[in-house]
Design a binder for this molecule. Structure first.
Ligand code: UDP
Length: 335
């Protein structure tokens, strides 16, 4: 596919940045930041999990272009592209398991197609990898040298193994094809623009608490995750892109919580009278996850600033407004 973008004068500080998955949760937060910084944004999304509402405010901005495209298919863009962020893939276990073959194709073919575009355009390219490359980790603090514990034949494998091979592709293109590659291993992230029906724990718990429904705890709730607010992550991604680091870098917030602690916190903050309901633990659900971010601190000078209370309170307000708007418009949540 070849897509025409209107030619324009590009000044030294004005970059053309392609965000694949730009209508998704993290992608749309990146798009907003780049537009606010005065760059031109090319948002590529197939709208499998991306949401038109996330990018609606950008459509009338002069330097925003939307291309509906599935990165499993080759892509070409006329005109310059200086940076590519590959944020395109369903990331919630519920969603990426709906079409597991497509998930693997997105990870592998999507990465390959964007790497080829980067090679032709001489653009820098950043891969959104994931803490899922560590699988169900046997160590309590995961640093980048840990090689992980992934089940290759389980429900999460389409995503975990896809993201692992995508890292390999990035590394090969960096080592042998002269492409400026960056790899961010993103840990659990939350904040505005995460689909209320995404199925992930923060969105589920907040929406359930706001609706007065019991919070669904999978398993005992003693499994842990470490939650990073999206603005911190966006900053980390931009700093990684600007760095010279080609090897993977963990980006996340090392403050670790059990799902029971998270549920308790959200119920309290929403001032909800709801309780909890225990559901079966999904297969291969990691028991613990906490990033070691020493490399990000040393190489990028980056560390997260937003604590869970602050981030949750902004996120709760965003969902409150979103649910109210859905109710007013009488549209199903998540449309
Ligand atoms: N989880 C939960 N209730 C929910 C959704 C998820 O207890 O309604 C648990 C899930 O089993 C996992 C953790 O919360 O242990 C984080 O799940 P999520 O889907 O957000 O992301 P993951 O880190 O597993 O990719």
């Amino acid at each position: 596919m070849r897509t025409n973008i209107m030619p324009r004068v590009v000044t030294r500080n004005h970059k053309v940045i392609l965000v694949a998955g730009g209508a998704g949760f993290i992608g749309s937060n990146l798009c907003r930041r780049f537009l606010d910084d005065g760059h031109e944004v090319i948002c590529v999304d197939n709208f499998q999990t991306g949401c038109r509402r996330n990018i609606a405010p950008f459509l009338k901005r002069r330097y925003f272009r939307l291309i509906q495209h599935d990165i499993c298919d080759p892509i070409d863009i006329s005109g310059p592209v200086h940076e590519i962020y590959n944020m395109a893939c369903a990331a919630s276990p519920d969603r990426y398991q709906e079409g597991p073959i497509h998930t693997s194709k997105t990870c592998f073919l999507g990465a390959l197609n964007l790497l080829e575009l980067a090679r032709r355009k001489k653009a820098r390219i950043l891969q959104s990898s994931t803490s899922e490359v560590y699988g169900d980790p046997e160590v309590s603090l995961q640093d980048e040298s840990y090689r992980g514990c992934v089940n290759t034949c389980g429900p999460r494998a389409c995503y975990d193994e896809g993201k692992r091979v995508a890292e390999t592709l990035f590394w090969e293109y960096g080592a042998h094809k002269g492409v400026e590659t960056r790899i961010a291993r993103i840990f659990n992230t939350y904040g505005p623009n995460m689909d209320p029906e995404d199925g992930r724990v923060v969105s589920n718990f907040i929406v359930q608490a706001l609706k007065g429904e019991d919070l669904t705890i999978y398993g005992t709730g003693k499994q842990t995750r470490s939650f990073c607010y999206v603005s911190d992550l966006v900053e980390g991604l931009i700093q990684l892109m600007a760095s010279d680091e080609k090897m993977p870098v963990n980006l996340g917030n090392p403050c670790e919580f059990t799902m029971l602690e998270l549920a308790e916190k959200i119920v309290k903050m929403v001032r909800s009278r709801t309780g909890v309901a225990f559901w079966p633990l999904p297969q291969d659900d990691p028991r613990q996850r906490r990033p070691n971010i020493e490399r990000a601190k040393t190489i990028l000078g980056w560390a997260p600033n937003v604590g869970l209370n602050e981030g949750l309170s902004t996120t709760i307000e965003w969902y409150r407004e979103r649910l109210a708007a859905d109710k007013e418009a009488e549209v199903p949540v998540g449309q």
